[in-house]
Design a protein around this ligand. Structure first.
Ligand SMILES: NC(=O)c1ccc[n+]([C@@H]2O[C@H](COP(=O)([O-])OP(=O)(O)OC[C@H]3O[C@@H](n4cnc5c(N)ncnc54)[C@H](O)[C@@H]3O)[C@@H](O)[C@H]2O)c1
Ligand SMILES: [Zn+2]
Ligand SMILES: [Zn+2]
Length: 346
């Protein structure tokens, strides 16, 4: 089969490699029907995630059809259409039993396209298939479902739920890429008074308006002034970091009001300065997190009920074998306007 193989920082290729096989009874093999590229894949290619070894197949967000199951798989059969989640779960370790699948101690967690081969491929092995996949209702199209593999649960759990967004809040979202935009739309579900989006790119701020931000501001203008203007000078109740660089984390800690919450979503490759000398006296709560995907069943219900806008999230469509071009378009969003790019077998 063909797969997108990581070759070390800056290097990738669509290469012929052996088909995946069942190596553990709990595995399933899927034929990949739809797959997407994540900002995290760009972090890997940028060298920010050094545990990813050259030779690794990238990708952790897919919809596929089950073509083989191991003897230990109870809930899936050949032919089932499933969401392959970015987080795998052994189901029996202490963290899995608490629903904290991202921290799985039994060999799960974020492994696809990280420590085992991922799903940007014609076929993929899905470990712990019973707990790491979700059978898809017929009415949910592949293209919408694939957004539930990572961006929607990540934004909802690590941004909105960790940040404890409440009705009437002012929420500032720094970074309006797919993750920030999904945070804006899932924050909306809680009827905040204001959602302020901050980004470097005007095209992303325009997208933020479509997803429900009522105020937008370029990062180089004055985000603090805009946030203060709608909060009696106090600052935001919740600041969501959705970029992954020190400057935006530090910005979030300045935008939040005393008693407020900073919810960091971004994947960081460098240390950020924590200004504890200013923060300690202001009762600031800071959360970090890897997504657990424990909200995937809820998000699927919302998708079926029409509560999530997935239509505006997919801007570019390709065939699987055009993935190198798709990466190029996804990596230059300011010029291409790309949000999510979806690749399908055709
Ligand atoms: N915690 C998790 O479990 C998890 C899961 C998935 C993705 N992520 C991370 O979330 C982050 C966002 O993902 P994405 O796919 O939306 O990425 P992205 O690169 O598409 O979007 C980032 C956005 O930030 C903007 N930006 C860059 N520098 C900025 C600055 N200084 N100020 C304001 N805006 C700036 C960019 O213009 C872009 O619109 C990434 O770090 C990604 O790795 C985390
Ligand atoms: Zn991802
Ligand atoms: Zn586990």
């Amino acid at each position: 089969m063909k797969a997108l193989v990581y070759g070390g920082p800056g290097e990738k290729s669509w290469s012929e490699i052996p088909d995946p096989t069942i190596v553990d009874p709990r595995d399933a093999i899927i034929r990949v029907d739809a797959v997407t590229i994540c900002g995290t894949d760009l972090h890997i290619l940028g060298g920010d995630v050094p545990e990813v070894q050259p030779g690794r197949v990238l990708g952790h967000e897919a919809v596929g059809t089950v073509v083989a199951v191991g003897d230990g798989v109870a809930s899936l059969k050949v032919g089932d259409r499933v969401l392959a989640s970015c987080i795998s779960a052994c189901g029996v370790c202490r963290y899995c039993r608490e629903g904290a699948y991202g921290q799985c101690l039994g060999g799960g967690g974020w492994i696809l396209g990280h420590t085992v081969d991922g799903v940007q491929a014609e076929y993929a092995r899905i470990p712990f298939a019973d707990l790491s996949t979700y059978r898809l209702p017929e009415q949910v199209p592949d293209e919408a479902a694939v957004l539930l593999a990572d961006i929607l649960p990540t934004s909802y759990e690590v941004g909105v739920l960790n940040g404890r967004v409440r009705p009437g809040d002012t929420v500032v979202v720094v970074g309006a890429g797919p993750i920030g935009l999904a945070a804006i739309q899932t924050a909306r579900l809680y009827s905040p008074a204001h959602i302020v989006a901050v980004d470097k790119a005007q095209s992303r701020l325009d997208a933020a308006k479509r997803f429900g931000a009522d105020l937008t501001v370029l990062a180089d203008d004055d985000p603090l002034e805009v946030v203060r203007s709608v909060t009696d000078g106090l600052g935001a109740d919740v600041a969501v970091e959705a970029v992954g660089v020190p400057a935006t984390f530090e910005l979030c800690t300045t935008l939040v009001r005393p008693g407020g919450r900073v919810a960091n979503i971004g994947v960081h490759g460098k240390p950020a300065t924590l200004h504890l000398e200013r923060l300690w006296i202001r009762d600031i709560t800071i959360t970090t997190g890897l997504v657990d995907t424990r909200t995937t069943p809820t998000l699927l219900n919302m998708l079926v009920a029409g509560q999530l806008d997935t239509a505006h999230m997919v801007t570019h469509r390709y065939r699987l074998d055009e993935i190198v071009e798709a990466y190029d378009v996804f990596a230059r969003p300011a010029e291409t306007g790309a949000l999510k790019v979806v690749l399908t077998r055709r």
